[in-house]
Design a protein around this ligand. Structure first.
Ligand code: IPT
Length: 945
């Protein structure tokens, strides 16, 4: 009865694939409320449910499109690579959640005698379809459309009963092992379409651009009797099947996504498409579009919504793509399946280079040494070809799509090679991408994931050992894993892309955290009781599950800014890194800022700067401060003077800054002598020698602190040999102990010396604070010296102070407004910033180190009356301030478990380890690794009242 389930993922009864097009032929959507019944296995599913008179009154309502586990039927489950069922292809488990769906609909009586089809845009993973009791066939290929001819079964003018049985597991599941939640259901639209006799079932639009002449050509493959018109070009009555010279056109690119409406009509039907004139070519190993080398600043985009799973409302998609544009994302890889078909229209309209990726991944076979991998087994060949043809036929008319991707992580094999051949035969205009073919036997670009900076440099330089690969463009289909706090190191990737023409950019893994909204927190793997899961590895996006930007996205925008600005006291260098645009739409402004905020500002005029060139703008007559004025920074910002598609006027397109005034060091008065444990208004306690009072302010600290709540990147940094976190923990960095050596009062201050070391070992640090008091302020010189035998690198070097919880307002002069770490710092500019303790926290779904503000010159924390503490750097420090400790953060696991204590814990950091991207990829680059040794941090504390 269910032999189809093991039929090597071959659909049956479906119509040949064709383009997704809008037409004037009638379409009826069946999206809405359906009846639904879930059975734990096929044997337990109701018999005869597809009969028109079946009584479904005992069933429940379910919206379609939907993933049923998102509506209380069964549960979501997350695995990355591992299959959540035994690897026993093509068989599937007996426990196979089976969702029966029923809906009724009517179509007008005048459809009678005409052909009609039903289209499913996405059914996960396999569906059997009946109309009025007649079985139409079986769908396979969850993220691909399936159409059935319903002419014979349809009753125009009367009630029709559609019944669909959907199985969570099928042989198709072996081909759909993407790193995401397992979510069955009819999760994309279902439509019934009239197909008029003499209508247009399919079209293939070819709109090429000749950059040498600035003119376009248009070829529409379609019915011979159809005529083509392009109103905006004044073209009417063109024949199909012929290449037409259409004269001068505006070429399509993400920088100017110019689209032309194309109407194709027969007597029976008019179809409208949008042409974008562009020509993709690999020239001398460089991927070009319209004659220019392109550089990909992309993201991998999955379809996910925290409340509805893989059903994402179109307005949410539009908003997210606009958010990408506002952060200078110019490319999307549709990891790892073709998106909802309407998303492609948005890619065309808003402007993105797109790698359209087929719904194919067999990654779990890696765990069994790729034995029986479908990619190299002839029994699965039909399914592979079926999938590539359905993607290409559906999406072939979209100018945004510049590469076809065979799939992701499916090993290698002849079925993949066959897909590549099919693709090249059908559409020679787009090169073929697939990362798994490292030898590049059947792909046109050399694609890699997570290759580190060193290897990418080597490849960029053409020093890659393989000769053939060396002749292909190099693209990182995944890099800079954005899990948790990170990624670090994006800047150095961009430098490689800018330096080596062959290194044509890449796609961040990934756009979105796939959290599932629960009461007050976002669930990740394991939260639904899955016996096998990959925890929070699905929380690895540049935006949080609700699509608010995480600092990684802000950093992306700064690193991949189209306008690069170098600031000098006497000139500004402006580099236009657009591929096609000049800077005619850009306004340039300068500002001078110090501790008090912006003190002067103005605009600069920009000469013409063609794409790919630079200009030098002299600076004259800036009101630069002199003498004792505070440190002053000059910031130059490029913004959009007018709106572009998806880019609002005023958007920052690049910024740079430099310090232009550094005051002479302040000469301090003679320090006061210590009086026992008192020094000026400061009081120290005798047990550890810690400061407990400063004026009226009660505090506790500073204690040396070398720990941070591990980031995902810390947790997964295997350093090539073993776990970094394990070494840190074995060494006891998170459980350091202190022994007071001596408190030594003197005529010019007080010195506190301690031994700082973990239990169970004989290596550690010597900590010395030299305190002096002058000019109503307490000055500290803290020195931390590691024993010579200390070999481990450190997560942080700093001190921790506990302050009263009433200090909630924060202001600082330093980098901000957002968090910054040494290798993710481009977005944070030096300025005067304010915040609250709460707002300093970054809500990473999996709690970890966050919220660090870098290069801070001075910091104040105040209560509602304005009283509190000021910290001055000598010259600077980094800080975090929170109502919980690093240990609390580390323990929490989810945000609702982070305690709120009645204290503010302030870490004053000399330095922290960078972030890197070792959760998948490389750790921080050498300059961002923190070694123990001999470190000194100077700071001044002043009580504010
Ligand atoms: C790579 C996958 O392609 C992607 O889907 C995702 O799982 C990513 O890793 C990590 O989040 S595969 C990995 C083995 C490099």
């Amino acid at each position: 009865m269910s032999r189809y389930l093991t039929d090597f993922a071959r659909p049956s009864g479906t119509l040949p694939p064709r383009a997704d097009m809008s037409s004037d032929a009638p379409v009826l959507t069946l999206d809405g409320t359906w009846r639904f019944h879930l059975a734990p296995s096929i044997a337990e599913a109701p018999d005869g449910f597809h009969a028109t008179d079946y009584d479904d009154s005992g069933w429940t309502d379910l919206p379609v499109p939907s993933n049923w586990p998102m509506h209380g039927h069964g549960k979501p489950a997350y695995t990355n690579v591992v299959y959540p069922f035994p690897i026993d292809p093509p068989n599937v488990p007996t426990e196979n959640p089976t969702g029966d769906h029923r809906v009724t609909f009517t179509v007008p009586a005048d459809w009678s005698g005409q052909r009609a089809v039903i289209r499913f845009d996405g059914v996960d993973s396999c569906g059997v379809v009946w109309l009025n009791g007649v079985q139409l066939g079986v769908t396979y290929g969850s993220r691909l459309p399936a159409e059935f001819d319903i002419t014979a079964a349809l009753r125009p003018g009367a009630e029709n009963v559609l019944a669909v049985r959907v199985h969570q597991w099928s042989s198709g599941s072996y081909l759909e092992d993407q790193d995401m939640w397992w979510l069955p259901g009819i999760f994309r639209s279902v439509t019934v379409r009239l197909r008029p006799a003499g209508g247009i079932d399919d079209l293939f639009l070819h709109a090429d651009y000749d950059h040498t002449t600035g003119t376009g050509t248009l070829l529409v493959d379609g019915p011979e009797d159809a005529v083509v018109s392009v109103p905006a070009l004044g073209l009417t009555g063109l024949a199909t099947g012929v290449t037409h010279q259409v004269g001068e056109v505006r070429p399509w690119s993400p920088e100017d996504p110019a689209l032309y409406d194309v109407l194709v009509a027969t007597d029976a039907e008019t179809v409208s498409l949008r042409a974008g004139f562009r020509t993709v070519k690999i020239v001398d190993g460089i991927l070009t579009v319209n004659g220019r080398r392109i550089q990909i600043h992309g993201v991998n985009r999955h379809e996910h919504h925290p409340d509805t799973g893989r059903v994402v409302p179109l307005d949410v998609v539009r908003a997210e793509l606009e958010l990408m544009k506002r952060h200078h994302v110019n490319a999307v890889r549709t990891s790892h399946y073709p998106p909802d078909p309407r998303v492609l229209d948005l890619f065309d309209e808003l402007g993105f280079w797109v790698i359209d990726e087929c719904d194919l991944e067999t990654h779990g076979f890696e765990f069994v040494g790729w034995r029986d991998n479908p990619s190299d087994d002839p029994r699965w060949r039909d399914a592979y070809l079926d999938r590539i043809s359905r993607m290409i036929e559906r999406d072939k008319n979209h100018p945004s799509v510049i590469l076809w991707s065979l799939g992701n992580e499916a090993g290698t094999g002849r079925n993949l090679a066959a897909m590549a051949n099919w693709s090249r035969d059908r559409d020679p205009s787009r090169p073929v991408h697939y990362e798994g073919d490292h030898a590049c036997e059947y792909v046109d670009v050399y694609s890699r994931m997570y290759a580190d900076h060193a290897e990418s440099t080597l490849i960029g330089r053409g020093e890659d050992p393989s000769g053939h690969r060396r002749s292909l463009p190099y693209i990182l289909c995944e890099f800079a894993h954005a899990m948790g706090n990170g990624p670090g190191g994006m800047l150095e990737y961009r430098e490689i892309f800018d330096r080596y023409p062959r290194a044509q950019g890449g796609f961040i893994w990934e756009w979105l955290d796939h959290g599932i909204r629960q009461d007050g927190f976002y669930a990740y793997g394991g939260d639904f009781g899955e016996p096998l899961h990959d925890g929070n590895f699905v929380i690895d996006g540049l935006v949080f599950p609700d699509r608010t930007p995480s600092p990684g996205l802000t950093e992306f925008a700064a690193v991949f800014a189209p306008v690069l600005i170098g600031v000098h006291p006497d000139k500004v260098d402006v580099k236009n890194t657009y591929t096609y645009r000049d800077l005619g739409h850009v306004a340039l402004a300068w500002s001078l800022g110090d501790r008090s905020g912006v003190v002067a500002s103005g605009t600069l005029s920009l000469p013409p700067v063609p794409a790919g060139t630079s200009a030098e703008i002299p600076l004259k007559d800036l009101p630069l401060p002199s003498g004792p004025a505070s440190e002053t920074w000059l910031t130059v910002t490029a913004t959009a003077a007018k709106a572009l598609p998806g880019v609002p006027a005023g958007l920052v397109l690049g910024a740079g800054q430099a310090v232009v005034h550094e005051p002479a060091p302040v000469v301090r008065s003679t320090p006061v002598p210590a009086d026992g444990l008192r020094l000026g208004s400061a009081v120290f306690e005798p047990v550890h020698g810690r400061l407990v009072k400063l004026g009226d302010l009660e505090l506790d600290g500073p204690r040396p602190h070398i720990w941070r709540a591990p980031t995902d990147n810390d947790r997964m940094d295997d350093r090539g040999t073993g776990s970094l976190l394990r070494s840190w923990k074995e060494a006891g960095l998170h459980r350091m102990r202190e022994r007071l050596v001596a408190i030594t009062p003197s005529a010019d201050g007080l010195q506190v010396e301690s031994r700082f070391a973990p239990a169970g070992t004989n290596v550690g640090f010597t900590s010395t604070v030299r305190w002096t008091y002058a000019d109503d302020a307490l000055h500290a010189t803290w020195r931390l010296v590691a024993d010579e035998r200390w070999t481990l690198t450190l997560p942080r070097i700093g001190v921790r102070l506990a302050l009263p919880g009433s200090l909630t307002s924060v202001s600082w002069f330093g980098r901000g407004p957002g968090e910054a770490y040494s290798d993710s710092i481009q977005a944070a500019l030096v300025g005067a910033w304010t915040s609250t303790v709460d707002d300093l926290q970054t809500p990473y779904v999996y709690p970890q180190e966050n919220g660090h503000r870098a290069d801070v010159r001075n910091l104040t924390l105040r209560d509602a009356s304005g009283a509190g503490l000021e910290v001055l750097g000598g010259p600077s420090f980094g800080f975090t301030a929170r109502n919980h400790t690093d240990e609390d953060l580390e323990e929490a696991g989810r945000r609702t478990r982070i305690p709120a204590r009645d204290q503010v814990f302030v870490n004053l950091d000399l330095a922290q380890r960078g972030l890197g991207t070792a959760s998948c990829g490389t750790g921080p680059l050498p300059p961002y690794i923190l070694t123990a040794g001999d470190h000194v941090l100077n700071f001044t504390l002043r009580a504010l009242r």
